[in-house]
Design a protein around this ligand. Sequence first.
Ligand code: R5P
Length: 308
Amino acid sequence: MTDDAILFGGTANPALAEAVARELGISLAPCTVERFPDGELSVRLGRSVRRREVFVLQATAPPVNDHLMELLSFADACRRSAAARVIAVVPYFGYARADKREGRREPVTASLVAALMETAGISHVLTVDIHSAQMEGFFRIPMDTLSAVGLLCGALRGRLPEGTTVVSPDAGRVKTASEFAERLGLPLAVLNKHRESGTRTRVTHIVGDVRGRACLIVDDMISTGGTIVESAEALRGAGASGPIVVAATHGLLMGDACRRMAVHGVEEIVLTDSVPVRGAEGPRVRTVTLAPLLAEGIRRAAGEPGTS
Ligand code: R5P
């Protein structure tokens, strides 16, 4: 980390911001975030950022719009205070799934978010396991996507049941699932998923043999748990009989996601701390921290000699 760099932590994930600062051997820069009764928010930087490289760590996690607006406000404050560069460290990137139009008369909200970030003065984005790689194409500024697959595999290695198959819950996750399978030395199966609404999906095909096998379903994120529930049901229907374990980078776990997954036989979920993981009844939840990965990403983006 260069002496010049400053790190602010937003309110989406204060524990992760503190952990990243500890990894970097610095303190978080002082700031105030206030929410008014009418829903507006106000951000105040507690120190000068003039001609400095400023990192703002903020997951655009639920409530997504509030946390996004907070990140944009931080960036605007930095830009107006003459920061040299504003680097947004976004461990979870909300709206990344809205990267194409499913039908007519719809927005591409991910592209709108990219434009808003640039307008607010963000000059570089650092994120983790974003929903799809084409997201990068929405930005004209540099965007780096770090991968948590190595961390998640480290947490799974030696702890999976005998005869486990890695399962991709849809076509979009095949590349990631292949990486898990390769790193863990396990076979791969792929489900074809059809999304019927924001909360309902249906598995139409299974490629690969899961009969009599335990399954490790891997995904970038778990929101309502619908994808995992449908996948678990389809795998059981195809003869999978061992425990079902899930690994995902972003555990939003909205509503009763944990309980629903437990009901459908998910025994354990391994997540990162990209968003604060809520304790809930359901499968055993283990988390691995992104702090060292993000700290290394920040060091590289800050251009510390010998690390790029
Ligand atoms: C979809 O393509 C994503 O990769 C996830 O599978 C999905 O968004 C998870 O959402 P939910 O838990 O609500 O099914």
